[in-house]
Design a protein around this ligand. Structure first.
Ligand code: SF4
Length: 347
């Protein structure tokens, strides 16, 4: 099991639940826009949020941002150790730095001193796009891992072990191999993600395979899906990965692929159900099936389901039909039974 580190009130590693994180894409110096985006991410289920700190103004903005955020804020720093120190003093719960880029050893030692004083962990790591040339002799996954371990040794050399490590490649297979290698070499918690994964479907597929493969092997303590566009999508995909692997509570919506037997608009109803259950914190499964021929059987393992008929549908709860409904009140009755199930406490 990995060591645990504490990021504000959120633990990472040590057998704690795998957390989902994202990163704002507003200008950090624009406090209201950044806080607004953090609010949306938090509402979507984000556990930890990272913001870039490219300049002094952003480091100063962190004070207000971290005090207004309901979740711990992580500062992402490149090169300038003074920004890392100021971010920690201004409320960052963790900092992401590259000790190799920070420069002279005394700068790393100074950063580590403040991080220790404030109880703030440091994330180090390697990305395929900025791989250290010193590791060119290795296979790429090994080069990624060894380059991150070299950064770890810099921090350890400064007496600091409150560390999270990330290894990211835009290649799924490289990300998986690199993390497998690293997992054998260290017990620091690992931050997983496929970097520059694209947008929409591409990112969803790459992230699900890369992150999912590792999590299934028991590797990884916190995840970030990388997706161009609104970062809320990253949280939706991240949570879906965790729910699919049974690593996060939540309602699982099952729906059939539809075929010539389909009697109801399965996709439209499944989308509505998804909205009803968005914030329900319960391990439930809800089935939306197109017909009774196969629908009841296939959906019978769900806690509640609906199967289409020529005149509407049948609603079943744990495999038992509880009501036959006409098409005009199909959705309303299904919602009624769903709410009944939720209020029944049997979950
Ligand atoms: S549940 Fe019915 S409608 Fe849906 S795919 Fe199966 S047979 Fe077709």
């Amino acid at each position: 099991m990995s060591k645990a580190v504490q990021v504000g009130f959120v633990p990472i590693g040590g057998g704690n639940p795998v957390t989902v994180q994202s990163m704002t894409n507003t200008k950090t110096s624009n406090i209201s826009a950044t806080v607004d985006q953090i609010q949306k991410l938090t509402n979507a289920g984000c556990d930890l949020v990272r913001v870039s700190v490219p300049d002094q103004e952003s480091a100063e903005a962190l004070k207000e941002i971290s005090s207004l955020s309901r979740i711990p804020v992580i500062a992402d720093i490149h090169f300038d150790h003074r920004l890392a120190i100021e971010s920690i003093r201004n409320g960052a719960a963790k900092v992401r730095i590259n000790p190799g880029n920070i420069g002279q050893e005394w700068k790393v030692i100074e950063t580590v001193k403040v991080a220790r004083e404030y109880g703030v962990p440091i994330r180090v790591g390697a990305n395929s796009g900025s791989l250290d040339r010193n590791f060119g002799a290795y296979d790429r996954p090994v080069a990624l891992a060894e380059s991150a371990l070299a950064q770890v040794r810099i921090l350890e050399g400064a007496g600091f072990e409150d560390i999270v490590i990330s290894l990211k490649s835009s290649s799924v297979t490289e990300t998986v191999s690199a993390n497998e290698y690293l997992f054998e070499k260290t017990d620091y918690p690992l931050h997983l993600g496929v970097t520059e994964a694209g947008f929409g479907l591409d990112s969803t597929v790459k992230s699900s395979i890369g992150i999912g493969t590792l999590l299934l092997k028991g590797i990884g303590d916190t995840i970030r899906v990388s997706m161009s566009g609104d970062p809320v999508q990253e949280i939706e995909v991240g949570l879906s990965i965790l729910k699919s692997l049974g690593l996060r509570r939540g309602v699982n919506v099952i729906s059939c692929p539809t075929c010539a037997r389909t009697e109801i608009d399965v996709e439209a109803l499944a989308r509505k159900v998804k909205n009803w259950v968005g914030n329900v914190d319960a391990d439930l499964s809800v089935a939306v099936m197109g017909c009774v021929v196969n629908g009841i059987g296939e959906g019978s393992e769900a806690d509640i389901g609906i199967a289409g008929t020529a005149s509407g549908g049948v609603i079943f709860v744990r495999g038992e039909i509880v009501e036959k409904v006409g098409s005009e009140n199909l959705e309303a009755r299904f919602r009624h039974w769903f709410d009944e199930l939720l209020s029944g406490g049997d979950r």
